[in-house]
Design a binder for this molecule. Structure first.
Ligand SMILES: CC(C)(COP(=O)(O)OP(=O)(O)OC[C@H]1O[C@@H](n2cnc3c(N)ncnc32)[C@H](O)[C@@H]1OP(=O)(O)O)[C@@H](O)C(=O)NCCC(=O)NCCS
Length: 164
């Protein structure tokens, strides 16, 4: 497995990978309309480009010898000393094989190397990924409903992990 930092040339690839995992992750949690609304809000080429160019998000891509199987995005110094994970997705056929842990480990290293000591993230309250984060040392620190427009809410837990 190899983890590489993504750049603007990878926007189409990120959009494609997200499209391969988005529906199976959220189809039992969100309505089809909200699923589509959020996908274009967060994963359109324009949105990914803005995240990279303006918002200071960094993307990682992970691949084995033949294909890309996941990606993550994070923001160093989201708040003083805090790195935020914005996205962490492994393709369905590759889940449960340690790939998410590798991406998380890479983000933790980046955070530490940049002097951050806390990692924070939001996860949908009905997403089983909560248990993954729990296993990896994150604890639930809050609950948040985020109004994303058009009558939709993101119903999240906030989770945090202290890193040394
Ligand atoms: C959540 C996700 C990133 C985890 O990555 P992964 O490669 O599947 O997880 P790993 O194989 O590294 O698992 C690490 C540990 O977490 C546990 N775990 C992973 N997914 C789990 C789940 N859904 N429920 C319970 N435990 C889980 C594994 O059993 C493993 O435990 P172990 O260390 O005792 O063996 C991945 O499953 C995924 O992309 N899911 C869909 C997208 C998603 O929900 N992303 C998060 C958005 S906030």
């Amino acid at each position: 497995m190899e983890i590489v930092k993504a750049s603007l040339k990878d926007v189409a690839l990120i959009n494609k990978l997200a499209g391969q995992v988005w529906e199976s992750t959220y189809r039992d949690i969100l309505s089809a309309a909200q699923l589509e609304y959020m996908f274009s809000m967060m994963y359109s080429p324009k949105s990914i480009t803005e995240q990279l160019e303006i918002k200071g998000h960094q993307y990682l891509l992970i691949k084995d010898e033949t294909y890309y199987c996941g990606f993550a995005s994070y923001e160093i110094n989201y708040k003083p000393g805090v790195t935020k994970i914005h996205k962490l997705y492994v393709l369905p056929q590759t889940q449960g094989k340690g790939v998410g842990s590798l991406l998380l480990g890479a983000i933790e290293r980046e955070a530490r190397n940049n002097g951050n000591s806390i990692i924070t993230l939001n996860v949908n309250r009905f997403n089983v990924a909560f248990h993954f984060y729990n296993k990896k040392g994150f604890i639930k620190t809050g609950t948040e409903d985020i109004d994303i427009g058009s009558g939709y809410l993101m119903e999240d837990y906030i989770m945090e992990k202290e890193i040394r």
